[in-house]
Design a protein around this ligand. Structure first.
Ligand code: ARG
Ligand code: ZN
Length: 873
């Protein structure tokens, strides 16, 4: 039965205080929860008490100290009902027994490499004890953890440590108290034999905060960068959002078995270890950037998520979209803003646009769900962040800040809604944000087409702009959106022209669409200006323009907006690749584009201006990007052939420029993970990749030399990735050497697995099956499985979408196998079918058959059932 936003009502009972006693044991952990319960004043007056559970086993139950008669309540694995609860406040003491060792779902209390840890968002607390497990029930938690000292010398909980002690018999305890009322999804505890690194942070009002990051023993040498990122995040949030930390200690624990990226539990963040650990020899520049972003993201949740939480799970984007926006801003301030924007837009298009164009499309704020775990999506997170950015562009930075300050002040301590959030901005700006709200309600990516008309006699340049939003699942008709388009008009000399309307008014650099069609007329243009529009990707739309190839080349060189310089090159490449794909599909040869090669050559020659930007500019649209642009009847093999042909042309024709870039940005000095040094490595490695793309023996030998001689993971892995594209002994030798060196380091094995999963040739499927059967690799770990199978299904366009359907069949086999153990991971893997309807008929039929096989499987988890049913539509 689906859950509907429109069915929301306040809980009948609320819990104001939670006292937990958790006695850790590998297979029989005892949980005694003493809860202060009262009727909610707005709840149904005579309602029974009904708490959530999930696979729970009730041992004992008392109400105000008295044992309840068997007829007074009903305890099922998924529900506890007390038929006639008292009218006044009362104390409920619930004892349950859970088995962390057997918990392969990794929700609730489980064990990861011997460490006890928890994951409670979204509905994991109900796997620990019976509780109104919903985000609008806020309570003060005190957690007493007891454990064997040898097994778990470290015992961690939310809030501040208030007591520790010895229990005799080799056992001990710790008591943690969190004074900030919070929903159950933010509860956490950890117990284990862990190493750690410590530091301090003094907040601007003088609170001295202990900082601690925990990991497995032997890995503590890899925590320094995460600690540095944490301190920078804490400072930045004070300076930019005025948000200060509110406990005496902040802890992060890295665990190796984790369903998602990380979790913002109050005062005790728990992380997938891949987003914590980094050393130059183990992590790439990209890993460093991800660690910085995720550390910041989880820390920023302390205000946007924890102090202000969500009323219900439909409001997930209230905390996630906003917190992604905040972590993006943080990274932009730490690194290059333009390069960060480009990376974010690449991700948005790859993940969210793909989702929005297929059967799994849903609004940023969904109105219905079967399984909330399936809504931790690119739409909620990434588009959720874009929508905040749209709001900021519409209001301008000053009004945006006033609205944000109002939200943080007014809703501190609340479980809030998107309506509450937007009301703060409406009030602060005095604007009607009714139409803006459609960004939360309407799914699908708006399509905007722009035509420019120059009238030299009248001296006008006019823009005719239309927007359309196609039907998406559950939304057959749509209303026009408010779409802010940042724009500029550039003269032939490269200078910005003033934006003047017909009545001589100067327009700030943004126009807002509110209707399906608009005409904007700008005056004072006796010569034709070149339009630069949707600068900085001011709105998350699909844009088509009538800009010519020459216009795009011009913009690639002269646009003052770095994002649009990049976008112009992408548009040039993408238009060309679509045409070349069509030619190949017709049986003709791949096309050749002189202007595109010229533009890329010019970009290379200018690489010194901003190496990291140049690296992005030279990274061609991916096969998936091109498939998305084509949109229907996709033939991945033709796309791949077109793209490979272009890479070979670049390799052949720009060889000298590429070599010059390679030597110009050769590594010097010791490794530093900062953005400038990372930018130099990025451009050098992109150049190396293009230079070797024609597969010349001597060039590949040079790559091999660099692979062997690299002194950091970024360069070593970049070289390996190039070698992996070219079949032969060189590839196998390099893959073997890499495994030899890092075989005992699971996070590095993940890179090795993902690389092989991405090899674009028919033998890959067998290679993956062989790897999956390797007993030395633990594919029960979600990171391993995602690295191999997830990368294959999400990134290997030609092999996942093999014309014989074997790629689809393989994914289905894995999903059905994993579903029984970890349904969240299985459902996530299955969502790789999100674009199946865009394929040409042969592949489409095979994908449909594979999905039907899932749908007909005997016992599916609710998670997988939901994805398969929506995918089939
Ligand atoms: N709130 C976490 C974050 O984005 C994500 C946790 C989601 N976990 C889950 N099992 N659905 O930072
Ligand atoms: Zn988050």
């Amino acid at each position: 039965r689906p859950v509907k936003l429109s069915d929301y009502h306040v809980p009948d009972h609320r819990v104001t205080n939670v006292d937990l006693l958790v006695t850790l044991h590998p297979t029989a952990t005892r949980v005694v929860a003493k809860l202060t319960v009262e009727r909610h004043p707005k709840g149904r007056p005579a309602a029974p008490l009904a708490f959530d559970g999930d696979e729970l086993n009730l041992v004992a139950l008392t109400l105000d100290g008295a044992v309840l008669a068997a007829s007074a309540y009903e305890a099922m694995p998924d529900r506890l009902v007390i038929h006639l609860p008292p009218a006044g406040p009362f104390t409920l003491t619930i004892e349950t027994m859970v088995n962390p060792e057997a918990n392969t779902q990794l929700m609730g209390l489980y064990r990861s490499s011997g460490t006890w840890c928890t994951q409670c968002e979204a509905e994991g607390f109900r796997r620990i004890t019976y509780f109104p497990d919903r985000p609008d029930v806020l309570a003060v938690y005190t957690t007493r953890i007891e454990a064997d000292k040898a097994e778990a010398p470290v015992l961690l909980g939310n809030g501040n440590l208030v007591e520790t002690g010895d229990l005799g018999n080799g056992r001990h305890y710790a008591v943690w108290h969190d004074p900030h009322p919070k929903p159950s999804y933010l509860f956490a505890l950890v117990g284990g034999d862990l190493a750690s690194t410590s530091d301090r942070f003094v907040t601007r009002s003088g609170r001295d905060v202990a900082l601690r990051i925990y990991s497995e023993h032997g890995k503590e040498g890899r925590l320094a960068y995460a600690m540095d990122a944490l301190k920078r995040s804490m400072r930045w949030d004070e300076e930019v959002f005025g948000c200060e930390y509110d406990l005496d200690i902040f802890m992060i624990v890295a665990v190796s078995d984790f369903n998602m990226g990380a979790m913002e539990n109050k005062g005790l963040n728990i992380f997938n270890d891949k987003y914590v650990m980094a050393l130059p020899d183990t992590a790439t520049d990209q890993d460093y950037a991800h660690i910085e972003a995720v550390i910041a993201h989880e820390y920023f949740h302390n205000w946007t998520g924890n102090r202000i939480t969500c009323r219900d799970w439909f409001q997930l984007c209230l905390k996630e979209g906003l917190t992604v926006f905040r972590d993006q801003e943080f990274s932009s301030d730490m690194r290059s803003r333009a390069v960060k924007r480009i990376a974010d837009v690449r991700l948005l298009k790859a993940q969210q646009f793909a989702e929005d164009a297929g059967p799994l499309a849903h609004p940023v704020r969904p109105e219905l769900y079967n399984e909330i775990n399936n809504f931790y999506t690119a739409t909620v997170y990434e588009k959720g962040a874009e929508v905040i950015r749209v709001l900021k562009v519409l209001l301008g930075p000053a009004e945006f800040k006033t609205g944000m300050d109002l939200y943080l002040a007014r809703h501190d301590g609340d479980a809030a809604t998107i309506e509450d959030f937007i009301a703060c901005f409406a009030e602060a700006s005095g604007r009607d944000l009714g139409q803006f709200f459609l960004w939360y309600r309407q799914s699908g990516t708006p399509e905007v087409s722009v035509e420019g008309h120059h009238d030299p006699k009248a001296g006008t340049f006019s823009l005719d702009i239309r927007q359309t939003l196609h039907p998406t699942p559950g939304q057959p008709t749509k209303q026009p959106m408010v779409i802010p388009l940042a724009l500029g008009l550039i003269g032939p000399d490269g200078a910005e022209r003033p934006l003047l309307t017909e009545d001589g008014q100067s327009v700030p650099g943004v126009v807002a669409l509110t209707a399906s069609r608009h005409r904007f007329v700008f005056t004072g243009h006796t010569t034709r200006p070149i339009l630069s529009i949707n600068r900085g990707f001011s709105a998350p739309i699909r844009l088509t323009t009538d800009l010519t190839e020459a216009d795009l080349q011009f913009l690639a060189r002269h646009d003052g907006d770095a994002y649009n310089r990049w976008q112009s090159i992408q548009t040039l490449a993408s238009r060309f690749l679509i045409a070349s794909t069509a030619a190949i599909a017709r049986g003709d040869a791949a096309l050749v584009s002189v202007p595109l090669i010229e533009t890329l050559g010019a970009v290379l020659n200018d690489a010194g201006r901003d190496p990291a930007f140049t690296a992005q500019a030279l990274s061609l649209p991916s096969e998936a990007d091109i498939a998305r642009e084509i949109g229907s009847e996709v033939d991945p093999d033709a796309i791949q052939a077109a793209r490979l042909a272009l890479r070979r042309t670049i390799s052949d024709q720009l060889g000298d420029e590429l070599v010059a870039t390679l030597s110009g940005f050769a590594a010097k000095g010791p490794f530093a993970p900062d953005a400038a040094a990372a930018g130099r490595r990025a451009i050098a490695n992109v150049a190396l990749d293009l230079w070797a793309a024609n597969g010349t023996e001597s060039r590949l030998a040079e790559v091999e030399r660099r692979f062997a001689g690299a002194d950091n993971m970024t360069d070593r892995f970049a070289a390996l990735a190039i070698l992996a594209q070219h079949a032969g002994t060189r590839r196998e030798a390099a893959l073997g050497a890499f495994y030899e060196r890092y075989g005992s380091d699971p996070l590095i094995i993940d890179k090795w697995l993902a690389l092989q999963a991405g090899i674009a040739e028919p033998a890959t499927l067998d290679r993956i099956k062989t790897l999956l059967a390797n007993p030395a690799i633990n594919f029960g770990n979600p990171n391993r499985l995602r690295a191999l199978v997830g990368s294959f299904a999400m990134t290997n366009q030609t092999q996942f979408n093999r014309p014989d359907g074997l790629g689809y069949g393989f994914l289905v086999d894995v999903v059905l196998d994993v579903d029984a153990k970890n349904s969240q991971v299985a459902a996530r893997l299955l969502s790789a079918f999100r674009s199946w309807r865009a394929m040409e008929p042969g592949r489409r039929g095979r994908a449909q058959a594979a999905l039907i096989r899932v749908a007909n499987a005997p016992s599916l988890s609710p998670d997988v059932r939901d994805i398969v049913e929506r995918s089939l539509g």
